[in-house]
Design a protein around this ligand. Sequence first.
Ligand code: SF4
Length: 330
Amino acid sequence: MDAKLLSDAVSPLLEWYRIYKRDLPWRHGRTPYTALVAELMLQQTRVEAVKERYVRFLASFPTPEALAAASEEEVLKAWEGLGYYSRARHLHAAAKVIAEQGFPTTFEGVRALPGVGDYTAGAVCSIALGLPAPAVDGNVLRVLTRLYADPSNIDDGATKAKFAALLKAVYPPETADFCEALMELGAIVCVPNGAPACGGCPWQKVCRAHLAGREEHFPVRSEKRARKVVNATVCVLRCGAKYALEKRPAKGLLAGLWQFPFFEGEAPALGRVLAEKHAKHIFTHVEWRMTGRLVEAESELAPYTWVTARELRETYALPSAFRAFTEWVR
Ligand code: SF4
């Protein structure tokens, strides 16, 4: 592959980044720990959704030691609304390792932390440890396959490996800015879903896809698998001033998290139905089509855990899939 195209593109990218980068909370006062928190929060989650929660999370757990000392329930509560809760559990486990052994100083060490894959390890190493470790995700692959007008399938591991090697060969000493500049270009200029804003791109004079007017032909991907649709009934079950909660199974979607009584298909009769509404929630591979019911129960039925509205708000982390029904909790 022609490494010169990318190595010549590094300086214009860094210049562009220094002028146009967004002011994001995790770009201030960064440490390896805060970089790890930010990268895990940002996986599959929009920047706008992360901003405020990142600040709150670090206010609660400013150091790995503080996070390591927290209970799982407290950590999940602080993660509420971000989804993909296994990330929170991994971060908690990673904090325990870091609190004991210190923050790793090599790529392999960071990669060995719980929940950290190649991408996150690369990002944390580049951003916070000054190491030239490429962080290649879908955004970076989109930008690079456009720059090269490369028709390789980006869902193929070999494509990722090829671009990771290419990036490693051109990494400048400003590892943090370079890593973030690539992400930033993918986030605000060379965007997915629709036309990229090539007029504001530092690579518009060299980008092969743009020069050929074929930006939207890249990246090339495999066809997406259709999502499985699950019809379910969610009961906001009330008895006096208390509401019923149950824990999801320890494995699978939203593993071990609290929820309102949830039934695939129809729910059994649990009491008097006061209101009903419909909502859906889309996960990566599954779509829930939910019928929500506010139900008045005659007694605090087993096997549920009964909590007050205040306890529900302050102590129990409820996945955002159920947000449509929390307005019934007063
Ligand atoms: Fe993406 Fe357009 Fe820039 Fe090429 S010129 S990298 S297609 S924004």
